[in-house]
Design a protein around this ligand. Structure first.
Ligand code: HE5
Length: 146
């Protein structure tokens, strides 16, 4: 579990993400599709787009915003997030059929994109965000199995 102090480090770094949630969300999805091409086939709306079309797609940007906003909501709960995660886990496992590994992939990508975009995202900030995303993914995974 995460300490109060670790959650506060996460929320301080995440405040930079909240200052441009659509831009960061778009960058995260584009990097996910570039680094882990298999994830693109989970998106019926995106899977037939070329790399150039993905770059300029308003739908990709809109979905990036939805993903970031959900993480903002979850992180602000500082671990008391079970009630938020259940519908998210059920839609991803049953409806969208997203392998849990894709949550690990997007977690790595989020930390990479943050490291590129945030000037003062040091080792402690990166470690705290990585840990928060690990808790998030583990707790989603519990609902996947049940
Ligand atoms: O589940 C929903 O709401 C509870 C539907 C909207 C939604 C989706 C859909 C939300 C809020 C999220 N995703 C949030 C979210 C946070 C984590 C980091 N997602 Zn999501 N997703 C949706 C993730 C992680 C994640 C990894 C992958 C490969 N997600 C996906 C894929 C995915 C897909 C295919 C959809 C369905 C909507 C869509 O296709 O939008 C263009």
């Amino acid at each position: 579990a995460m300490s109060e102090g670790e959650w506060n480090v996460v929320l301080k770094a995440w405040a930079h993400v909240e200052s441009d949630p659509a831009g960061i969300g778009q960058a995260v999805l584009l990097r996910l599709f570039a680094d882990h091409k298999e994830t693109l086939s989970s998106f019926p709306k995106f899977k037939n787009l070329s790399p150039a079309e993905l770059q300029s797609s308003g739908d990709v940007r809109a979905h990036g915003l939805i993903v970031v906003n959900k993480l903002t909501e979850v992180f602000k709960k500082k671990g008391e997030h079970a009630n938020s995660l259940k519908p998210l886990a059920e839609s991803h496992s049953k409806k969208h059929k997203i392998p849990i590994q894709y949550f690990e992939m997007i977690s790595d990508v989020i930390v990479k994109v943050m490291a590129e975009k945030i000037a003062d995202f040091g080792a402690d900030g990166q470690a705290a965000v990585r840990k928060a995303l690990k808790v998030f993914t583990t707790d989603i995974g519990i609902f996947y199995e049940s």
